[in-house]
Design a protein around this ligand. Structure first.
Ligand code: NAD
Ligand code: UDP
Length: 339
């Protein structure tokens, strides 16, 4: 079966392309490279030892999407394409709503026209409200009350897809809510390559380690957690990528809408991450405690039980693996794909 992967040149998309190719799927990537490099796809093919098809197009371009569906016999779509920087979404809300909502709508219209009804969507733990108790579960935790436009785009895209599945029972829609993907392919050939100053913790730590940044700013040490710093559910990106393959396999036998958390169920604090990274890599990470980052919660982690039961998927890699593979990527590619 051929899988159309939108945003396939990006961080999670490129790792998912490797897993799909290694499982024997044909892969067709659409990416406008707004936040990625085509070099990632050369590396994907090098790792898998197989070719994929790549189109440098915007998913909002209906004509381009129709042409791709006409050219390739697509069985299923994984929709990663989207803008993802929380802070930027606050200053550029219209760009975020336009890109993330219109890409989803145009993609579904083109799928419908071409008889493709299976879609896996990249959602996020950010769709859960801030007032839930942990762990977050698909059926038991509240969603909504998002704290930024990025989160609302994920919430709204989930609703658009849910309504689409409700309108026509042939659709199968898997909404995958990612927790905190980190790490890289163990080969060190592909990984996360943020543009500008990283917003997320792990890319920041690894850029301190390689000497691109002086020190890490730890956003608050007065949270109600074991050491006062924020706790998150970090998941190895290869485990996350495998969750997509499991979702595709599940969807073959199921119609309608399904929601799955992709997390490990274990939370680590910022200082746990710093210490683990130092221990595994031997690199010192100087840090400074600064004010809390507005909008941050003390603790966020998943219940991965539903994914384990229905997808037969569970994260395999541990924190040491995540740190080791992040460092393999960063040390081999100090400036990312431009190294
Ligand atoms: P990424 O920026 O590395 O990948 C997204 C890709 O989509 C990029 O290659 C970008 O060029 C492409 N793209 C964006 N808009 C496009 C458009 N209109 N047409 C074609 N291509 C377009 O991000 P990522 O970390 O790989 O995230 C993938 C998806 O997962 C995103 O939807 C993101 O919101 C979601 N997600 C990511 C995280 C995370 O922490 N990385 C967490 C939860 C959800
Ligand atoms: N964090 C930090 N310094 C940074 C980036 C992040 O202390 O430079 C903290 C942040 O406050 C949170 C955790 O690290 O507690 C994870 O943040 P990230 O932005 O990676 O993920 P998210 O907050 O979206 O879950």
């Amino acid at each position: 079966m051929n899988v159309l992967v939108t945003g396939g040149a990006g961080y999670i998309g490129s790792h998912t392309c490797v897993e799909l190719l290694e499982k024997g799927y044909g892969v067709v990537v659409v990416d406008n490279l707004v936040n990625s490099s085509a070099k990632s796809l050369e590396r994907v093919q090098q790792i898998a030892g197989k070719d994929l098809a790549f189109y440098e197009e915007d998913v909002r371009n209906r004509g381009a999407m129709d042409a791709i569906f006409e050219k390739h016999d697509i069985g299923c779509v994984i929709h990663f394409a989207g803008l993802k920087a929380v802070g930027q979404s606050v200053s550029m809300p219209l760009e975020y709503y336009d890109n993330n909502l219109n890409s989803t709508i145009t993609l579904c219209q083109s799928m419908k026209e071409h008889g493709v009804r299976d879609i896996v969507f990249s959602s996020s733990a950010t769709v859960y409200s801030g007032d839930n108790t942990m762990p977050l579960s698909e059926a038991g935790s509240r969603t909504g009350m998002c704290t930024n436009p990025y989160g609302w785009t994920k919430y709204m895209c989930e609703q658009i897809l849910r309504d689409t599945a409700f309108s026509d029972k042939d659709w199968s829609i898997a909404l995958l809510r990612y927790f905190n993907p980190i790490g890289a392919h163990p080969s060190g050939l592909i990984g996360e390559d943020p543009r500008g100053i990283p917003n997320n913790l792990m890319p920041f730590i690894s850029q301190v380690a390689i000497g691109r940044r002086d020190h890490l700013s730890v956003f608050g040490n007065d949270y109600d957690t074991h050491d006062g710093t924020g706790v998150r559910d970090y998941i190895h990106v290869v485990d996350l990528a495998r969750g997509h393959v499991a979702a595709i396999e599940y969807m073959l036998g199921h119609r309608g809408e399904s929601v799955f958390n992709l997390g490990t169920g274990t939370g680590y604090s910022v200082l746990d991450m710093v210490k683990a990274f130092e221990r595994v890599t031997g690199q010192k990470i100087p840090y400074e405690i600064v004010d809390r980052r507005p909008g941050d919660l003390a603790t966020v982690y998943a219940s991965p039980d539903k994914s384990a039961q229905l997808l037969g998927w569970k994260a395999q890699y541990n924190l040491e693996d995540m740190c080791r593979d992040t460092w393999a990527w960063q040390s081999k590619n100090p400036m990312g794909y431009d190294s």
